[in-house]
Design a protein around this ligand. Structure first.
Ligand code: NAD
Length: 244
């Protein structure tokens, strides 16, 4: 057991409110590719070139092909021990809130309630014409790009690079991290703002910050403890240690 692990454990034992700030890395052990790292490319395109309003305006069919591929892939994935541990911890702590940048729905599938989704949900579609929004779990979609009943073009209900985050979700996230005793920052590269600014906000509020990642990130210098390793494994180890 490393010193950082023991200190994190000790903080968790005393914590009443815990927040997990999660990114693509927490779903990697479920088989969902991250944006940065192995398997991050799709047909030679980088995510940053597809997940933008400009890319959609230029070529909605190409962007939808990518989302359709990702939806199909995620449909075959199950939550891993990381998602499961956080869902279990809702019963262990006074509160255990998940704030996620992920759009895959795996926290919800694991049983976490009240997940704050900063970047939307890949299963939601929204009409660019009339604004109608609905959940559509069909994968693959029968027609690309999909159309609304009004004839307008549907878009994925996710937040693209360069778009504003849903205001209420971001405010709720800020409040949650500022009130938490411990914030676990799991599987995020810390490069995508404003989500990557939440650990600094937690730090100003005096929260104990723990990073769980395969390697170091630009957020690492802010951390009180760093637990290196796959997040599913590390979270399960923390859980087991808390139980003994
Ligand atoms: P990212 O792809 O930029 O970075 C992934 C991070 O996870 C890296 O720091 C990497 O070291 C780490 N990582 C990889 N495997 C890990 C593991 N098993 N355990 C712990 N850490 C691991 O992801 P990001 O920081 O979340 O930001 C990119 C954007 O991509 C976000 O907006 C997010 O919405 C979106 N995204 C979401 C999904 C998803 O919903 N599953 C997948 C890819 C990208």
């Amino acid at each position: 057991m490393t010193e950082d692990f023991s200190r994190s454990l000790e903080r968790l034992r005393r914590a009443r409110r815990v927040v997990a700030l999660t990114g693509a890395g927490i779903s990697a052990e479920s088989g969902v590719p991250t944006f940065r790292g192995e398997g991050g490319l799709w047909r030679d395109y980088r995510a940053e070139d597809l997940a933008t309003p400009d890319a959609f305006r230029r070529d909605p069919e190409l962007v939808w092909e990518w989302y359709d591929w990702r939806r199909g892939l995620i449909a075959g994935c199950r939550p891993n021990r990381g998602h499961e541990t956080l869902a279990l911890w809702e019963g262990r702590f006074e509160s255990c809130r998940v704030v996620t940048q992920n759009v895959d729905g795996l926290h919800r599938a694991a049983g976490s309630r009240g997940v704050i989704c900063l970047h939307g949900d890949i299963w939601t579609v929204r009409c660019t014409g009339c604004g109608f929004e609905t959940v559509d779990l069909t994968a693959p979609l029968p027609e690309l790009p999909p159309r609304c009943r009004c004839g307008g073009l549907l878009r994925p209900g996710v937040v693209w690079f360069g778009e504003a985050l849903p205001e209420k979700a971001f405010e709720a996230a800020l409040e949650a991290v500022s009130r938490a005793d411990v914030v676990l920052v799991a599987g995020t590269s810390g490069l995508v703002y404003p989500a990557a600014g939440l650990p600094a906000a937690a730090r100003s509020a005096g929260t104990f910050l723990v990073e769980i990642n395969l390697g170091r990130t630009p957020l690492s210098p802010l951390m009180d403890a760093i637990l290196e390793g796959p997040s599913g494994q590390v979270l399960a180890e923390l859980h087991d240690a808390l139980e003994t």
